[in-house]
Write a new protein. Structure first.
Length: 218
């Protein structure tokens, strides 16, 4: 088994959540809030919400889409927002633009919906990321596979979901290490194709484990 020239170091992350001073009681309020809220709030309600909803097999992990469905009962718009694939975005500002654009298009088609009261308010939140090393290092793909069994949701989300913004790439920490350090470009490409939107974190982790097992058996 080939040894890497630098190890993969597993890190975990936790988040301190704060409620912002913005809220929305209708679709117009959500649209205004999306324009004014911080990048940290956009991140919390999209990228980070994947981790909070890791146990869901139905519904949307995007908080904005979930509220539009549950609070306004507008499934078509909810599906549009949920359909924005966060793997396609390198910056939160681009994601914000597309969220606002989708709501604007809906409001132009259905102007009466702008001020229709929601069943409950949407409260904008944000969070502070706190990271810590797990003390797990992998110098080989086999060691990586063993380490993967010992990391939780916080670590997996940090390396596989949140890393896309940190790297400013349509990729993740695992794929970068596979390709750049181990020279396993096929494994990196297949790993990056795992759907982080429709999969739960457990499901995505299981798919990654299966890909690594297949690579080790080849």
């Amino acid at each position: 088994m080939a040894t890497a020239d630098r190890p993969f170091k597993f890190v975990t992350a936790s988040y301190l959540t704060r409620i912002e001073n913005q809220w929305a009681a209708d679709l117009g309020g959500l649209r205004q809030g999306l324009e004014a809220c911080s990048d940290a709030s956009i991140f919390y309600h999209t990228f980070q919400s994947l981790g909070r909803h890791h146990f869901l097999t139905e519904g949307f992990s995007n908080d904005f889409a979930q509220w539009i469905l549950a609070g306004l009962n507008r499934p078509r718009l909810a599906e549009q927002l949920a359909g924005l694939d966060i793997r396609d975005y390198l910056t939160l500002s681009d994601l914000r633009i597309d969220l606002v654009r989708a709501i604007d298009e809906f409001c132009r088609e259905s102007p009466d919906e702008v001020t229709r009261p929601a069943f409950e308010r949407f409260h904008f939140c944000a969070s502070l990321e706190v990271t810590a090393p797990l003390g797990l290092e992998a110098w080989t793909l086999e060691e990586f596979r063993e380490g993967l069994d010992h990391v939780g949701h916080g670590s997996f989300q940090f390396h596989f979901v949140s890393s896309r913004l940190r790297l400013q790439l349509q990729s993740n920490d695992f794929s970068v290490w596979f390709a750049d350090v181990l020279g396993r470009e096929r494994l990196a490409r297949l790993t990056n194709q795992i759907d982080i939107v429709t999969e739960t974190l457990d499901g995505a982790k299981a798919r990654l484990a299966a890909l690594v097992d297949r690579e080790l058996a080849a």
